[in-house]
Design a binder for this molecule. Structure first.
Ligand code: AMP
Length: 201
């Protein structure tokens, strides 16, 4: 099963994705983590995206689509993927559909963590103090929220239109959010089984 964890920056997508990897054997594909890894290892790509990331803007669709394609190729036998921080634009979502379709698969569900913007700003201020990520500074974070609102949020209606969108309260405790996600995945597994379709990823 392929799942998109959807929501603004700092909504808790990464934390939940890591839990699903540990508990259900999904492969987490986080473009943010991949880009940070490229920066840490000092690759050309890392150097190219550093300034854009620190400013809080989105890197080009072309770059992140290529990163995802690479990972899909590296994990042909994965039981399922969790897309975390991808797609973030309409062209990225179209590319994802195409990449999965060409592998005989699709996006099965999109779980949106609904969060309150002011709470996010408070959360990120604390993370900035603790971890010092440049793109968590207040100005960059504001820009990341704007990028989410202008470029990413339009995907909500796209996935709602496809009947794939599930919305949960991202302001609840980490445990409650995990339980809500587990409920959705279990219900999906049941439906798939009942249909006799098999859980093809
Ligand atoms: P994240 O950790 O997912 O919030 O990503 C950190 C930064 O990496 C973002 O602010 C963007 O600059 C860049 N980034 C990560 N994923 C994407 C994506 N799918 N499209 C464009 N830029 C991305």
């Amino acid at each position: 099963m392929n799942l998109i964890l959807f929501g603004p920056p700092a909504a808790g997508k990464g934390t939940q994705a890591k839990k699903l990897v540990a508990e259900r054997g999904f492969v987490q594909l986080s473009t943010g983590d991949m880009l940070r890894a490229a920066r840490t290892s000092g690759t050309e790509l890392g150097k190219r995206v550093a300034g854009i990331m620190d400013s809080g803007s989105l890197v080009s669709d072309e770059i992140v689509i290529a990163l995802i394609e690479e990972q899909l190729n590296l994990n042909p036998k994965a039981a399922g993927f969790i897309f975390d921080g991808f797609p973030r634009t309409i062209p990225q979502s179209t590319a994802l559909d195409d990449m999965l379709k060409s592998r005989g698969s699709q996006v099965h569900a999109v779980i949106r963590l609904k969060v309150d913007e002011q709470a996010l700003i408070n959360r990120i201020t604390k993370r900035y103090e603790a971890e010092g990520r440049a793109d968590d500074n207040p100005e960059a974070f504001r820009k990341r929220l704007d990028a989410y609102t202008n470029q990413t949020a339009p995907l909500i209606d796209v996935y709602r239109g496809q009947g794939k969108l599930q919305e949960i309260d991202g302001m609840a405790s980490m445990e409650a959010v995990s339980a809500a996600i587990a409920g959705i995945l279990d219900a999906h597994a049941k439906t798939t089984k009942a249909k006799g379709a098999g859980a093809k990823n």
